[in-house]
Design a protein around this ligand. Structure first.
Ligand SMILES: [Zn+2]
Length: 438
C-alpha cells in the first residue's frame, strides 16, 4: 500500500509544486509515516491469553467482535505489518488462530479466531524503559465456576513462592541471553516441590508458567490463599560482569540512612508492572507503598520478615557467595503482604557469565531451593509452628520377619537394614526398628 502511494506521488512530481506544498503542510509526511507492527508475542496465562504488538509509533485502533464464528477484529489505522504470527503456539486455550491483511486507506486488520465466550480487553502502552509503543490485547475466557478445592489440611503451613517477572517482562537478561524470568520459575518450582514433600507444609506458586502477573495481583494471591510466608525469587544484573552473590531484601521505610542501591533495585523491580503490561493506573506507585508502610498495625509483619531474612541469609551464606552480609531494605511492591514474613531474594547476578551458566542448571537451582526450604523450616520450627516429624518405629513381634515388616509398611527390606545398620536377617522379639518414610 505505501508502495502504491509513493508511485502516485512520484508521478505528480514533475507536474506541479503541489508536492512541495504538501511537504510544507506535513501531509506527505503523514502519508509516508505509516506505523509498523514489528513483533507479535503471545503469553498464555491460566486466566487469560495476552497478545502484545510492538509498534514503531503511537497508533489509532478499533476493536470489535463478530459472531458465528466468534472473532475479535482489530483495525489499526495507517499501519503496516512487519511481523509474522507463524511462531505463535496456536491454538491455545482461548485463541484458535490469527490472521491479518490490508484494508483500504492503509489500515491493517487483525482477526483473532477465538473460542466461544471469550471477551477482549485492550490498551496501548507508551514507549518507555527501553520498550517500544505496544498494543496489548487480553483475551479473557468465560469464567468457569471455580470449584474450591479444599486445602489438604487447614493446619498446614502455607508458603507462597513468587517467581519474579514472566511473560512480557523478562526481568534481567544475562550476557548469553538467559532471562531472569526463566531462572526464577525454575527455582520456584524446585522450592515448591521440596515444600510439598514436607509433612505439614504446602506451597503455592504465584506464577506457574511464562506469563505476566501484576505486582498487586501477586500480593492479592498471597493474601487470598492465606499464606504464612512469602518468598519472592529474583536474579539481578549489573554493569560489572565480575559481580556475584546473593542478597536478601525486606520491605521497609527508608529509615534514617536511605539505602540508595536498594532503592534503585526496588525501583527496577517495581517497573515490572510497566514491562509486563499493567494498565498505567494499575502500576504501583511510591505513594501507594508509602501508605501501606504508614500502617503501623502491620509492624509485626516487618519484624518477622527481618527475622526470616536473617535466617535465610545465614543459610545462603553457608552454600553460596553473598553480596551483602545483612538483609537490606527498600520499598518493594511485591512485599506488601506485610502481615506475614515476606522477603525478596536476589539469588545471584545473571550478568556474571559464570553465574548465569550455573543458574540455568537444574542442580544449582535445586541447591538454592534447598537453602530457602531449610531456612523456612528453621523459622517455623523456631516459632513452634512446625512440629518435628517423629520417625516411625516398629517393635518386632513373634513370627515376624524383615520381609513381612517391609511388606506391612510398603518399604523395602534393604532400606530397613540400611537405616538400622542390620548385618543379619534374624530379628529378636521386642527389637525396635526404625522405618524409612514410605
Ligand atoms: Zn527481578
Amino acid at each position: 500500500m505505501p508502495q502504491q502511494k509513493r508511485e502516485k506521488v512520484i508521478h505528480y512530481l514533475p507536474s506541479s509544486c503541489l508536492l512541495l506544498l504538501m511537504l510544507m503542510c506535513g501531509q506527505v509526511h503523514f502519508a509516508y509515516a505509516a506505523a509498523t507492527i514489528d513483533d507479535i508475542r503471545m503469553w498464555t496465562a491460566p486466566d487469560h491469553t495476552r497478545l502484545v504488538l510492538d509498534l514503531s509509533q503511537k497508533v489509532q485502533y478499533n476493536l470489535f467482535r463478530l459472531h458465528n464464528p466468534e472473532r475479535i477484529v482489530i483495525d489499526i489505522k495507517n499501519t503496516r505489518m512487519n511481523a509474522k504470527a507463524s511462531h505463535l503456539k496456536l491454538p491455545d486455550p482461548v485463541l484458535r488462530s490469527i490472521r491479518y491483511g490490508k484494508q483500504n486507506k492503509g489500515t491493517t486488520r487483525i482477526v483473532l479466531d477465538v473460542k466461544d465466550g471469550v471477551s477482549p480487553r485492550s490498551f496501548l502502552l507508551k514507549k518507555a524503559h527501553g520498550k517500544p509503543n505496544r498494543l496489548v490485547i487480553d483475551l479473557i475466557p468465560k469464567t468457569k465456576k471455580v470449584i474450591k478445592t479444599a486445602k489438604t489440611n487447614h493446619d498446614d503451613i502455607i508458603i507462597a513462592v513468587d517467581a519474579g517477572h514472566g511473560g512480557e517482562d523478562p526481568g534481567a537478561i544475562g550476557p548469553n541471553k538467559v532471562y531472569e524470568k526463566t531462572i526464577t520459575l525454575g527455582i520456584a518450582k524446585e522450592l515448591a516441590k521440596l515444600i510439598n514433600a514436607q509433612p505439614g507444609m504446602k506451597a503455592i506458586l504465584v506464577r506457574t508458567g511464562d506469563y505476566f502477573v501484576k505486582l498487586g495481583d501477586r500480593v492479592k494471591k498471597v493474601r487470598n490463599e492465606g499464606a504464612d510466608m512469602m518468598i519472592s525469587i529474583h536474579a539481578d544484573a549489573v554493569q560489572q560482569r565480575y559481580v556475584k552473590g546473593a542478597s536478601v531484601y525486606t520491605l521497609s521505610e527508608s529509615g534514617a540512612t536511605p539505602d540508595r542501591v536498594a532503592a534503585a533495585l526496588a525501583a527496577k523491580e517495581n517497573a515490572s508492572d510497566f514491562m509486563g503490561g499493567a494498565l498505567p493506573e494499575q502500576q504501583v506507585s511510591d505513594p501507594f507503598i508509602r501508605n501501606i508502610l504508614g500502617d503501623m498495625a502491620k509492624r509485626d509483619g516487618l519484624d518477622s520478615s527481618e527475622m526470616f531474612a536473617n535466617i535465610l541469609l545465614k543459610q545462603l551464606k553457608a552454600h553460596f557467595p553473598i553480596k551483602y552480609n545483612k538483609p537490606k531494605h527498600a520499598r518493594f511492591a511485591v512485599l506488601t503482604a506485610l502481615e506475614i514474613p515476606s522477603v525478596l531474594v536476589e539469588v545471584d547476578y545473571i550478568s556474571n557469565p559464570e553465574r548465569e551458566r550455573l543458574l540455568t542448571t537444574k542442580k544449582h537451582q535445586h541447591r538454592i531451593a534447598k537453602a530457602m526450604f531449610a531456612a523456612s523450616k528453621t523459622y517455623f520450627t523456631r516459632f513452634g509452628m512446625l512440629k518435628p516429624v517423629k520417625p516411625k518405629v516398629h517393635t518386632v513381634h513373634r513370627g515376624e520377619s524383615l520381609w513381612s515388616i517391609a511388606k506391612q509398611y510398603g518399604v523395602t527390606v534393604s532400606s530397613i537394614r540400611k537405616l538400622n545398620g542390620l548385618k543379619q536377617q534374624t530379628l529378636k522379639v521386642g527389637q525396635r526398628l526404625r522405618l524409612p518414610q514410605s
